[in-house]
Write a protein that binds this ligand. Structure first.
Ligand SMILES: Nc1ncnc2c1ncn2[C@@H]1O[C@H](COP(=O)(O)OP(=O)(O)OP(=O)(O)O)[C@@H](O)[C@H]1O
Ligand SMILES: [Mg+2]
Length: 242
């Protein structure tokens, strides 16, 4: 079986507003799938449903062939790394404390040196607090914290959001190498089409709680299934040139 995560008819509403329409989607094992689309289209909602911070209103989510239920949710969460939209580091813990917190509870042995090398984080900064780190360093700490669990699945919600273009480009390259080296199954949310194309084996373009099209950037560009797809791609391209 090639899919690690399967969504079958999964939907979510907030009051009368549909955040995610009934959706079928498979996420391939060992690959990076990128969710992209306008603000509010349901990207973060999809991640929260997968890690079960939200219960779906309908449908089923299977991980590794098994449904997640109240009896196996804790074990399941320990196998999923989740980097939330703003990094979510504990401000009162040092970088080291943040990385080790969860792993210690699980009695996991952590090779901090290896994680620092992998993410190119300066080991001498491990004893600093998040407020004493740069944005790019904080992002690396969040990533190390997620990787420390050796997760079967890694969920990243705009992990490179608020970074300057140079740091962002460097981290994109690092992330790609890390995912390839670890054969990591990852689902990554971004607003940036170039980032999606660089990091994603597959791009899933969403709009108003629906999947509009999935494929490579080349496929989206040459065979758009709707005018929204072409407009989204053109808008990103003209944005890049202005
Ligand atoms: N707790 C909530 N209560 C009510 N509505 C919500 C809640 N969380 C999200 N929504 C709504 O659900 C829709 C989808 O939100 P979601 O956070 O998934 O969007 P997104 O694609 O991640 O957007 P962004 O790119 O801005 O992060 C939006 O219309 C949002 O306003
Ligand atoms: Mg979001």
């Amino acid at each position: 079986m090639n899919a690690l995560v399967e969504l079958h008819g999964v939907s979510k509403r907030y009051g009368s507003a549909a955040a995610l329409q009934p959706t079928d989607l498979n996420f391939a094992r060992g690959q990076t799938t990128v969710l992209i689309g306008p603000s509010g289209c349901g990207k973060s909602t999809m991640l929260r449903l997968i890690i079960r911070l939200l219960e779906p209103d309908s449908g089923k989510i299977k991980i590794d062939g098994a449904s997640v239920s109240s009896s196996n949710i804790t074990e399941f969460r320990h196998r999923v790394g989740y980097v939330i939209q703003d990094g979510g580091l504990f401000p009162h813990l040092t970088a080291r404390g943040n990385i080790l917190l969860m792993a210690r509870q699980l009695n996991k042995r952590i090779a901090l040196d290896e994680l620092c090398a992998l993410t190119r984080f300066p080991a001498q900064a491990l004893d600093r607090f998040p407020a004493e780190l740069s944005g790019g360093q904080r992002q690396r700490v969040s990533l190390m914290r997620a990787l420390a669990l050796t997760p079967k699945l890694l969920l990243l919600d705009e992990p490179l959001g608020a970074l300057d273009p140079l740091v962002r480009a460097a981290l994109q390259k690092d992330l790609k190498e890390i995912f390839q080296r670890l054969q990591q199954t990852a689902i990554l949310v971004t607003h940036d089409l170039a980032e999606a194309a660089f990091l994603g084996n597959e791009i899933v373009l969403m709009n108003e709680g629906r999947i509009v099209q999935k494929g490579t950037l080349g496929e989206l560009r040459s065979q758009p299934t709707s005018s929204f797809v072409s407009e989204f791609i053109t808008a990103q391209r003209s944005l890049a040139l202005t």
